[in-house]
Design a protein around this ligand. Structure first.
Ligand SMILES: [Zn+2]
Length: 266
């Protein structure tokens, strides 16, 4: 599956397309409207969505959500060979729902793509467009499964072994990315994990927002104790190299359970 392009596309935000296949299942609550091929799956997706909404808000925002925050219309279709997901944020304040589309196996829909996409919905309501793309994806990637994290670990290993690291500043400033831009997702998720270890979610979000609005040099100094963006990049690379050492617990290993990574480090 990490037939990369497939799941990367799944995890990337893009225009939502309503499922065109059978959606005889329907379930709704104050926060979600779910269309799925069967009633049983619609009920399961709704139940999981409500649980995730509460867990994600506590983990990332340290608060309970008001009714309707993070609300989404969720379209699910099943496929054994495809893994697609997308979140199309609502465009106007008077709109109630973000639109989430998922096409994958049942297991991946419930355990990988739904958590990833609902993170985007939550982030969109909390921060609007103030959060840069890398931070939005970096946070959502916390929900990705072991196949993706294993693939990203391999990519980090290649960066470390060859010394050919992508420019961190380039990734921080990247406004657009392709769904199959594995390097972007790898750097975004790794830097996010590194920064969360330094200061937790509140500092991370403040850094990301100030960096996008005022520049990364000053944000690196004011929210963390880095001397400069170059210093941040250097320390991140050292952290990655250390984390890749045998026995290190820092990077997710392929067999690490997804549940253990639901919450960011505090
Ligand atoms: Zn995403």
């Amino acid at each position: 599956m990490f037939a990369s392009a497939a799941l990367l596309l799944a995890l990337c935000c893009g225009p939502a397309e309503a499922a065109t296949e059978s959606t005889s299942g329907f379930a709704s609550s104050d926060n979600f409207v779910v269309y799925a091929p069967t009633q049983e799956l619609a009920d399961e997706v709704l139940k999981k969505s409500e649980q995730l909404r509460t867990k994600l808000a506590r983990a990332w925002l340290d608060k309970e959500l008001a009714p309707g925050v993070g609300a989404a219309m969720i379209y699910v279709s099943l496929s054994d060979g495809e893994n697609h997901g997308a979140t199309s944020p609502k465009n106007r304040p008077d709109e109630k729902y973000h639109a989430v589309t998922i096409r994958s196996s049942r297991e991946k829909a419930l355990n990988v793509i739904l958590p990833h996409e609902l993170t985007h919905a939550l982030i969109a309501d909390e921060f609007g467009t103030r959060l840069p793309e890398w931070a939005d994806e970096g946070v959502a990637c916390y929900q990705d499964g072991s196949e993706l994290s294993g693939k990203r670990r391999q990519t980090l290993m290649r960066f470390a072994q060859t010394g050919q690291w992508p420019s961190l500043e380039g990734v921080l400033q990247q406004q657009k990315y392709e769904a199959n831009d594995h390097s972007f997702f790898t750097v975004a998720s790794s830097v996010t994990e590194f920064l969360l270890e330094q200061g937790g979610p509140k500092t991370f979000f403040a850094f990301a927002i100030e960096g996008q609005e005022k520049g990364w040099e000053s944000a690196a100094r004011s929210h963390y104790e880095f001397l400069s963006l170059r210093d941040l990049e250097s320390q991140w690379r050292e952290w990655v190299v250390q984390a890749l050492q045998p026995g290190s617990e820092k990077l997710r290993r392929p067999n690490q359970t997804r549940a253990s990574r639901l919450s960011p480090p505090r």
